[in-house]
Design a protein. Structure first.
Length: 128
């Protein structure tokens, strides 16, 4: 899959982390689109909102939310409905729990190489 078909939604309160991630994704996946949101409430899909995105782009949601928080707001169900991939930044949840759900994990803090590895893993899963 070409990088241009990837649309990253970064849910991040810290503008410096969000900027680093956005810039790193643009380098690791030239042509992708990146949108930064401060909270899950800003997501362009969900209860009472239209389906998102277009079929031409695959959405990849990157967040520091915990598995419990994702479950509480129904984000996993919504992501599945629109065929979006979920990436959790490592934090409170064990890696095994994240991977058992079929989600991706990004180290915190992350490097450009970590973002490149994430892109490769996402593209591999999409291709399968």
């Amino acid at each position: 899959m070409e990088h241009t078909s990837l649309h990253f939604l970064i849910v991040e309160k810290d503008p410096f982390i969000a900027r680093d991630m956005s810039d790193g994704l643009a380098i690791a996946a030239p042509g992708c689109s990146v949108e930064v949101l401060k909270s899950p409430e800003e997501l362009p899909f969900g209860a009472g909102r239209p389906a998102f995105p277009s079929a031409r782009r695959r959405t990849v949601l990157i967040t520091k939310l915990t598995v419990a928080e994702i479950d509480a707001i129904g984000l996993a169900v919504i992501a599945a409905q629109i065929n979006a991939l979920i990436v959790l930044r490592q934090g409170e949840d064990p890696l095994e729990l994240i991977l058992a759900r079929g989600w991706f994990c990004l180290p915190a803090p992350f490097t450009g190489d970590d973002l490149a590895e994430l892109i490769a893993a996402v593209n591999h899963q999409i291709a399968c």
